[in-house]
Design a protein around this ligand. Structure first.
Ligand SMILES: [Zn+2]
Length: 336
């Protein structure tokens, strides 16, 4: 279905329902760390399966691996032969709330703040899952591309799923991926994260710097902690071109390209499983959303813009993928 110019109007009409579902999802304390009960994690999983089915997705599977929360793997077949397939990623587990005395409201009671809502896990990463849901609803369950939706439930603690995709590459085969565990540097400033810096390099530079300071001549021993692997996607393919247009449509200005100090271990697993796919990192978070900290929040304006941008991306990508004479070379692992 072609959304054309009425995309933002359509998303506006969806916002109340999306916010209501975001509240339901963030009221579930889905912490997948040892010592926390597993039932809420499964409850969040089950709610997402219901929401996906309700949004018109017929193929919703549950992937169970040892020592992991269940992974939701859903699929919408391409609308026509030759249409590209896009994988949409998110995670439904959240960080533990930490010291609840530091919160202005109970972490699992979504509470209004100016222009948004406060709750643990609302930015990282439940709002981004709601973005995927909003896109499905905007297209009435019939997007212009094939979709594979992967929602995992143990990202924050780490799980065997990080290494799983290369062992089952067909399941993840796609032309482009949107890793929606990200957001903008500042609210209102569209940002494409084009590198998860190698934290090892940054860490080693910091250690060298600290050791060279030796304030007042005091000897200092720095013990480096663990780091995750870095990642740097190629940014010159048709999906990136479509994403630039789409983020401009979502936020009304030209997107910035930035590298982030964080790492998402699964991204490397997915990139290894599907080496030809373009990897895009954007979403509804922003640099002031208190990710992993007390009083985490998300802004409705960011949520709305992210839904418009992701839907516009699918529309633009479907259009330009067909036009592109070079797509067969740039997307080696594309869906057959
Ligand atoms: Zn996250």
């Amino acid at each position: 279905m072609d959304l054309g110019d009425d995309l933002s109007t359509r998303v506006d009409a969806l916002m109340d329902g999306l916010v209501a579902d975001l509240k339901r999802l963030t009221a579930i304390p889905s912490v997948a760390f040892p010592g926390f009960p597993p039932e809420p994690v499964r409850e969040a999983h089950d709610l997402l399966v219901d929401l996906l089915r309700g949004a018109g997705v017929e193929r919703v599977e549950r992937l169970d691996l040892p020592d992991t929360a269940p992974v939701v793997v859903a699929e919408v077949p391409p609308p026509a032969p030759g249409a590209p397939t896009v994988l949409l990623y998110g995670h439904y587990d959240v960080q533990p709330p930490g010291d609840e005395a530091l919160w202005f409201s109970p972490p699992f009671e979504p509470t209004p703040v100016e222009g948004g809502l406060r709750a643990r896990g609302i930015a990282d990463d439940k709002a981004n899952i709601i973005v995927h849901l909003g896109v499905l609803r905007a297209f009435a369950g019939r997007p212009p591309v094939g979709l594979k939706i992967v929602l995992e439930g143990q990202e924050e603690y780490g799980s065997a799923f990080d290494d799983y995709p290369p062992t089952d590459p067909d399941r993840f085969a796609c032309d482009a991926m949107v890793i929606a565990d990200m957001g903008n540097l500042r609210p209102g400033s569209p940002t494409l994260t084009t590198g998860l810096q190698d934290p090892r390099e940054a860490r080693d530079l910091l250690v060298t710097h600290l050791e060279s300071l030796r304030p007042f001549g005091i000897p200092l021993t720095v013990t480096p902690g663990d780091t995750g692997p870095g990642y740097e996607p190629a940014t010159d393919g048709p999906a990136y071109r479509a994403a630039r247009t789409a983020l401009r449509e979502g936020w009304g200005s030209e997107p910035a390209f930035v590298a982030s100090g964080g790492s998402i271990p699964l991204v490397n697993g997915l990139a290894e499983a599907v080496p030809g796919a373009e990897v895009l990192l954007f979403g509804a978070q922003d640099g002031m959303c208190n990710l992993h900290a007390p009083n985490e929040r998300v802004l409705f304006s960011e949520l709305r813009s992210a839904v418009i941008a992701e839907a516009a991306f699918l529309r633009e990508y479907a259009k330009t993928y067909g036009d592109s004479a070079t797509h067969a070379d740039s997307a080696g692992a594309r869906h057959e």
